[in-house]
Design a protein around this ligand. Structure first.
Ligand code: SF4
Ligand code: SF4
Ligand code: SF4
Length: 257
């Protein structure tokens, strides 16, 4: 039986999530026994115009070119799987959406910005349907391997739907709030093993929000701990600016209906 054909593509991103697949060093040969990669810029020079069974894409939709590009990929892909925060929820790229596009271009490029094609950032699922999404900045290689295995077996993969704090407590970390730091762990989706608090940092919610996060309660906690409303907004915005706007837009729509 022919192996499923796979490909990796990138849009507006650092391509770190494409690289994260290459980092599955010990498992990659096993993966290649079950899957044939037919296009993957960071790993091979071959290209294809044929249909593809499973396509992984990192990066946000951030230009008119990206819209055409992802629609063409969708037409050829049996399964489309966005990988990484840029592709799954817009990530830090969506901070641009807090400005007018002309203003954003001018801030970054000055007068030269006028020549660039830029539109408000969206994750891939806001433009075309997707089969599954793998969050994180970068995505977690072990989680990628588990999800690919499930997809190839025809099983529906699952992501943890509880906050990073749960994993952090399991590791018996001292909460960074006790060290005078601020953390997004109570509203962020687990699955990374609470990496950042485990190594002395704070969670920035790179995996996006857990389903139905209690944003208001966490907002109040951060303010009680001394952040101004503007600083709280900046913490929420780092990785979740698009998610926040999307949630608000949907809530307004539901009110109207
Ligand atoms: S999610 Fe992070 S690592 Fe992945 S492509 Fe985007 S910026 Fe790079
Ligand atoms: S450090 Fe962050 S993730 Fe860990 S328990 Fe405290 S708030 Fe939660
Ligand atoms: S702790 Fe938070 S910021 Fe760090 S990897 Fe996990 S979800 Fe991302």
């Amino acid at each position: 039986m022919a192996k499923p054909r796979a490909a990796v593509f990138s849009m507006t991103s650092c391509e770190g999530c494409s690289l994260a697949i290459l980092e599955c060093e010990n498992e990659l040969l096993d993966v290649l026994e079950h899957v044939e990669f037919v296009e993957w810029r960071e790993a091979m020079s071959e290209k294809t115009t044929e249909p593809i069974d499973i396509v992984f894409v990192d990066g946000s939709v951030s230009t008119h070119h990206d819209i055409k590009y992802i629609k063409r990929i969708r037409e050829r892909a049996r399964m489309l799987v966005p990988i990484g925060a840029c592709a799954v929820n817009g990530s830090v790229n969506a901070l641009k959406n807090r400005y007018g596009m002309n203003e954003a271009k001018e801030i970054v490029y000055g007068e030269a910005g006028a020549q660039f094609d830029t539109i408000p950032v969206r994750p891939i699922r806001a433009v075309v349907p997707v089969e599954f999404e793998i969050p994180g900045c970068p995505m977690n290689s072990e989680e990628f391997l588990r999800i690919v295995r499930d997809l190839l077996l025809g099983k529906k993969p699952r992501l943890p739907n509880y906050p990073v704090c749960v994993e952090c407590k399991r590791k018996e970390n001292v909460c960074v709030f006790e060290k005078g730091m601020f953390c997004m762990g109570p509203v962020a989706r687990a699955g990374c093993g609470a990496d950042c608090p485990s190594y002395g940092g704070w969670c920035e919610a790179c995996r996006g929000f857990v389903d139905n996060p209690n944003e208001q309660a966490h907002w109040e906690v951060l303010q009680e701990r001394g952040l101004t409303p503007e600083e709280v907004m900046q913490r929420f915005d780092i990785f979740c600016a698009w998610e926040i706007e999307d949630r608000r837009a949907r809530a307004q729509q539901e009110k109207k209906e």
